[in-house]
Design a protein around this ligand. Structure first.
Ligand code: ZN
Ligand code: MN
Length: 461
C-alpha cells in the first residue's frame, strides 16, 4: 500500500445558526417540532413565491470566510441547481455556482505534533432540502428543514490520510462554534461531510470516489480507511477517469455503490432570477453577533489569565481572533499567553497560526529566546523563512562560544562588587549578570546557556 499516493478532498455542509431560514421568515430552529409545521409557501416551494435572502446568513458566511483567510469578492450571486427529489418540491436548490461569497482560504490542523494548513477552494451559501423518513411500508417527507441556511466548505484535494481528514473536521467544528456561526453538532446533522478520494500509483489514477453524508468524525475516518483498502487491493479494477458515488454503512463499516455522479452540466445551473447580485462591499461584517466579542474576552481572560486589554485587542480583528482560536489546544499555557500578547501588541508581517506554533516550539526547546522570536515575527513571510532565521540565531550562538566566554569574563571583571555580593550568598544577583551579558550580545544569546556559564565562572569552577 505504501507505493500509493492518497488524495482526499472534503465538502462540508454546516447549518448556520441564524434566527430565520435562508429565504423566508420561518423559524430556523425546528428541533422537537412536529413535522411540516415550521414551513411557509416559500420554503414549501410553491409556484409564484419570491425568496428573500437572509442578511444574517450572508454576514455569518462572510465572517467565517474572513476568519479562514478567504478572499471576499466584491460581488456574489445565487444560482439555481436543478434536480428532482421528493424532499425538494421546487425541483431546484438555490445555491451558488460561479460567484461564491468566499474564495480560497485555509484551515490549519495539527496531527502528531505536526502543523498542516489545508487549502480551501471556496465557501458558498445555499439552502438545505427537507428530510425523507423511511417507514416499513412507505416513505414520508418532513419539510421543516427545507430552506435552512447551509454553508458549503470545499477543500482542495490536499488531504493525505483518513486521520488528517478527521482532524480537519475537528478543527473546522471548533472554529464554527467559536465564531458562533453554527452549532456544528454532527449528531444533529448540523455538520455533514462528503469525502472525495482517489489513489495514484506511478502515472495511473483510480476513479474518484465520493462518499456521501458522513455524519461523525469516526465515520469519516472509517469510510476513508475502507475505501483506501478497497481501491488499493483492486487497483487494476478501479483505474480510469470518472466518478462514483458511494454510501457508508456504519454498522458494517463498509461503503457501497450508489447512483452515478451527476456532472455540473446535468444540474443546468443558471442565475437565480429572483435575487439581485450581492454587493459585499456594502455589508458590515461587524454588525453580526455583537455579543460574541464580550463572551470571548471574558473566556480568555478567565481561562488564560490574559489581560482584558489584550483580549479586547484580539476581538477587534477577526483575523487575530481566529488565529488565537486555532492556537488554543496546540500550544501550552505559557506559549499561548505569549502568542496572544504578540498578536495584540507586535507588528506581525503574516498572521498565521503555523508560524506562531513553530516559533513557540523553538522557544520551548530553548533554541531561541523570546526577543529573538519577536524579531523573527516582524519579518518572517513563511515557515521556511522562520526555520532559516532560527538556524541563523542558533549558529551565531554556537559559532562564537569563545566570544561569549570573553564577554562573560569582561562583565564579571568590571563588576567586582556584584561578584562579591554573589559569593557572599546573594544569588539573585545572577540575573544582573545575565542581563549585562545579553546586552553585550545585543539579545542574541541563549539565557539558559549564559546562566550556566556565568555560574561556573562566578563559582570559580
Ligand atoms: Zn418558510
Ligand atoms: Mn451543497
Amino acid at each position: 500500500m505504501s507505493d500509493f499516493k492518497i488524495i482526499i478532498g472534503l465538502e462540508i455542509h454546516a447549518q448556520l445558526n441564524t434566527k430565520s431560514k435562508m429565504f423566508c421568515c420561518c423559524d430556523n430552529d425546528s428541533q422537537g417540532k412536529k413535522p411540516n409545521t415550521v414551513v411557509c409557501p416559500i420554503c414549501l416551494g410553491m409556484p409564484g413565491t419570491l425568496p428573500m435572502p437572509n442578511k444574517e446568513a450572508i454576514l455569518k458566511t462572510l465572517k467565517l470566510g474572513k476568519a479562514l483567510s478567504c478572499e471576499i469578492p466584491n460581488y456574489s450571486k445565487f444560482d439555481r441547481k436543478h434536480y428532482y427529489y421528493p424532499d425538494l418540491p421546487k425541483g431546484y436548490q438555490i445555491s451558488q455556482y460561479d460567484m461564491p461569497l468566499c474564495i480560497g482560504g485555509n484551515v490549519s490542523l495539527e496531527l502528531n505534533g505536526v502543523m498542516k494548513s489545508v487549502k480551501l477552494n471556496r465557501i458558498h451559501l445555499e439552502e438545505d432540502a427537507g428530510k425523507l423518513i423511511h417507514l416499513s411500508k412507505n416513505t414520508i417527507v418532513d419539510l421543516n428543514r427545507a430552506g435552512t441556511p447551509l454553508v458549503e466548505i470545499v477543500t482542495e484535494p490536499v488531504i493525505s490520510s483518513p486521520a488528517e481528514a478527521k482532524e480537519f473536521m475537528r478543527s473546522l467544528q471548533k472554529i464554527l462554534r467559536q465564531l458562533n456561526v453554527s452549532n456544528a453538532d454532527m449528531e444533529k446533522g448540523h455538520l455533514r461531510c462528503d469525502a472525495n478520494i482517489s489513489v495514484i500509483r506511478s502515472d495511473q489514477s483510480s476513479k474518484i470516489i465520493e462518499i456521501k453524508n458522513l455524519n461523525s468524525f469516526k465515520f469519516v475516518y472509517r469510510a476513508l480507511e475502507f475505501e483506501i483498502n478497497r481501491l488499493t487491493s483492486d487497483f487494476e479494477g478501479n483505474i480510469g477517469p470518472g466518478k462514483q458515488t458511494r454510501g457508508f454503512d456504519s454498522k458494517r463499516s463498509q461503503t457501497y455503490p450508489q447512483r452515478l455522479k451527476e456532472e455540473a452540466s446535468d444540474y443546468r445551473y443558471f442565475p437565480e432570477p429572483d435575487i439581485p447580485t450581492i454587493d459585499t462591499t456594502l455589508l458590515k461584517i461587524e454588525e453580526v453577533d455583537s455579543e460574541l466579542p464580550s463572551t470571548f474576552v471574558l473566556r480568555v481572560h478567565e481561562e488564560y489569565n490574559l489581560s482584558k486589554e489584550v483580549a479586547k485587542k484580539l476581538t477587534h480583528n477577526l483575523e487575530l481572533m481566529s488565529c488565537f482560536i486555532v492556537l488554543e489546544g496546540k500550544l501550552n499555557h505559557d506559549s499561548l499567553k505569549r502568542s496572544a500578547n504578540w498578536l495584540a501588541n507586535e507588528k506581525i508581517l503574516r498572521i498565521n497560526p503555523d508560524l506562531l506554533v513553530t516559533l513557540n516550539r523553538s522557544i520551548e526547546k530553548s533554541e531561541i529566546n523570546s526577543s529573538q522570536a519577536k524579531s523573527i515575527l516582524r519579518s518572517a513571510v513563511d515557515e521556511e523563512d522562520i526555520v532559516q532565521q532560527i538556524k541563523k540565531f542558533r549558529s551565531n550562538d554556537g559559532r562564537d562560544i569563545d566570544g561569549v566566554r570573553k564577554i562573560i569574563d569582561k562583565v564579571v571583571e568590571s563588576n567586582k562588587k556584584e561578584k562579591e555580593k554573589y559569593l557572599a550568598g546573594k544569588k539573585q544577583i545572577l540575573g544582573f549578570f545575565i542581563g549585562q551579558v545579553l546586552g553585550e550580545l545585543k539579545g542574541n544569546g541563549n539565557p539558559e546557556e549564559i546562566s550556566q556559564m556565568l555560574k561556573s565562572k562566578l563559582d570559580g569552577k
